[in-house]
Design a protein. Structure first.
Length: 657
């Protein structure tokens, strides 16, 4: 609604007659929650919801979300004008086609009508028993089928399981209002869920996908007379895609997003079956395909691939590359003494993998699953991460050097030197692998820490898997070179290019640091979008860091640890410079309100309600964002202004989700 309707010219003009305020109900703000409790239409009401108040705070009129926004904008305009919204209520007592085809004479009195048109866009619904006829004394199952559809882009919708831990989601809830002549046995049985983590909201959900079938068992009394028996009730919840949700949970029968009723009937007859029970099962094949290709799984795979690639790149850093000839020399020495080069390299590389994987596991266990999720929402955690990445950046840029404590490196180095000199015992390979991990820490630590922080999504195993992929990327080339020492001759020679890599990593770490500082402000101030270290500040830092990286690679300036003059650049360095320059230029329009694709928009902070630079391009009409409207974020301030200007107050009860 906000993006598609609030920015319409007619709506903008009508808003001038109001003092407009926005109340976000799902960011754990006690004041906003109190306002919502005061003005919401019912206990089960949800957002978005719109209310117009007089200057004393009394309700003049209210309206639920007129969805879909693009098709119902005229209803919202009518609401602002004080005209009838045009939503026709569904009469609760009106017989329906579904009820009539099931052998009933009328829709049960007082029961809400069937799914409304907005709800039907999300799924097809059917309520039926597992058999048409049942014998007296038999057992039968009531089945409620929710066959989920896809949005206009072909992306599937999902429902939320009643046990979902999400604080933002509205779960599917079924109420049994009546079961004429039938005896209920047990409770509702829901199908298995698919766990999904929302990185933007730092929220864990249980999704139900594909065709969702919820069942309830009933027994037919032994003395049941032949005839038609019914069970009926209500369904409430929401269906969602990655862009948002459509709710059906209101208690007002006149609303489009109200709960809907359902009726199922079965004939009791001596010719019926003795028993017809079914169990709740997982989603059909469509759901299984969705699980395999879910955004969470795709993101996890990309994280592992990126971590693996970073591990390979780490071998080319100044802390690691000079040690590789020594490492291969150790393998050759072991081979000359009759030791298996395969086993030696395996022990050596396994130690590297185990060291970094254990680091990831210990960090995750220390935080816990819930603690890891706080990375996205806790202000103190975000501040610590921002400082950590800033320290990494300054180290890479040459201000100082991060080192492992001297006593540790000296001890392991002695063990490694002893192994190289004596060349006996596979245990020496273990000490050499541990020494390699510690010696390389000043370069690998910041890179590994970056992936560890990005991987901390609420599961202790995701960061562990990220460290496993990272260390495997480091160890695999070493293992291969241990079998073929001649490959060492093909390794790049050390030189100034290694310092260049550190500088590039340094500027990347600066971009990560500003992201976490922005998230920290958002958490500390309890707001949806940071305003001091806002989206525009983050974009400006990213663009500047990318351009600075490009200029450095082109040789326009040098850093303190650069000892070689850049007289000419290679092809790869030139390509990287162009890529960074292109990215920096691509980010600049974002300072003027431009939006990016799904990938970047999922990473960047949301825009603040005030700020940024509005720019008219090509002489056209200025493009507005709904955040550019004069919203009051504080309800009391908005009401005070309404009294001063003698204007009614329009409140948009909305949510971050």
């Amino acid at each position: 609604m906000e993006r598609e309707v609030f920015t319409l010219r007619e709506v903008e003009e009508l808003f001038k007659s109001f003092v407009i305020a926005s109340v976000v109900t799902d960011i754990e703000d006690a004041k906003a929650d109190a306002v919502w409790e005061k003005y919401k239409p019912g206990a089960d009401a949800g957002v978005p919801h719109y209310v117009v108040l007089d200057t004393e705070g009394n309700v003049l009129r209210r309206c639920g979300a007129t969805l879909p926004a693009t098709e119902k904008a005229d209803q919202f305009v009518a609401f602002l004008k004080g005209e009838p919204v045009g939503v026709q209520p569904v009469e609760a007592s009106e017989p329906t086609k579904a009820a009539l085809t099931q052998g009933t004479d009328a829709w049960p009195e007082g029961l809400y009508g069937p799914p409304t048109e907005p709800v039907k866009k999300g799924f097809d619904f059917e309520a039926k028993f597992s058999a048409d006829k049942i014998k007296p004394g038999g057992e039968v199952t009531l089945e409620l089928h929710f066959k989920l559809k896809s949005n206009d882009k072909g992306e599937p919708y999902h429902l939320h399981h009643p046990q979902t831990p999400s604080k933002y989601s509205v779960p599917l809830v079924l109420e049994l209002k009546g079961h004429e002549g039938l005896v209920a046995a047990g409770e509702w049985e829901y199908p298995a869920w698919t766990e999904h983590y929302d990185e933007i909201l730092d929220d864990n959900n249980y999704y139900m996908l594909g065709e969702v079938v919820v069942v309830h068992r009933f027994k037919v009394p032994e003395d049941a007379k032949p005839g038609v028996l019914r069970a009926f009730g209500l369904a409430s919840g929401q269906y969602c895609d990655d862009m948002g949700c459509t709710q059906f949970n209101r208690d007002n029968p006149d609303m489009l997003d109200r709960k809907f009723g359902w009726v199922a009937s079965i004939e009791v007859s001596p010719e019926g079956v003795a028993s017809a029970t079914t169990a709740a099962t997982a989603s059909v094949s469509q759901g299984e395909e969705l699980i395999a290709g879910s955004p969470a799984e795709r993101g996890f795979i990309w994280l592992l691939l990126a971590a693996f690639g970073a591990g390979i790149i780490t071998l080319l850093t100044p802390c690691v590359l000079p040690v590789l000839p020594l490492t291969i020399g150790f393998f050759v020495s072991q081979h000359d003494k009759g030791k298996s080069s395969l086993l030696t390299a395996f022990i050596y590389c396994t130690c590297i993998v185990a060291t970094f994987t254990a680091f990831g596991l210990i960090t995750s266990v220390a935080l816990g699953a819930t603690g890891a999720q706080n990375i996205a929402t806790n202000g103190y955690v975000n501040t610590v991460l921002g400082i950590m990445f800033l320290v990494f950046a300054l180290s890479f840029l040459g201000l100082f050097e991060l080192r492992v404590p001297t006593f540790m490196t000296q001890w392991f180095t002695k063990k490694q030197m002893s192994a190289q000199k004596e060349g006996h015992g596979y245990a020496k390979a273990f000490f050499s692998g541990a020494a390699f991990s510690l010696i390389s820490f000043s370069c690998t630590g910041p890179i590994a820490g970056t992936f560890l922080a990005q991987a901390a999504t609420g599961s202790v195993w995701v960061p562990t898997a990220a460290m496993l992929a990272f260390s495997t990327g480091m160890a695999l080339p070493i293992f291969i070179m241990g079998q073929f020492p001649s490959l060492m001759k093909k390794m790049p020679k050390s030189g100034g290019w290694m310092n260049a890599m550190k500088v590039v990593f340094g500027f990347v770490e600066v971009g990560l640091a500003i992201m976490y500082f922005s998230a920290a402000e958002q958490a500390f101030r309890g707001i949806v979008a940071a305003e001091w270290i806002s989206r525009y500040v983050v974009i400006a830092v990213w663009a500047s860091a990318a351009v600075a990286t490009s200029l450095y690679l082109f040789g326009f300036f040098r850093m303190p640890h650069d000892h070689e003059e850049t007289r000419q650049i290679g092809v790869i360095r030139g390509i990287l410079a162009v890529m960074f320059l292109s990215f920096g230029l691509y980010m600049i329009p974002g300072l003027f309100g431009a939006k990016y694709g799904n990938v970047l928009e999922g990473i960047l902070p949301p825009p603040p309600r005030e700020g940024g630079i509005l720019l008219s391009v090509g002489g056209g009409e200025k493009s507005y964002d709904h955040h550019d409207l004069p919203w009051h974020k504080d309800f009391d301030e908005g009401l005070a202004e309404a009294k001063a200007k003698n204007k009614p107050v329009f409140i948009d009860f909305t949510g971050f989700n």
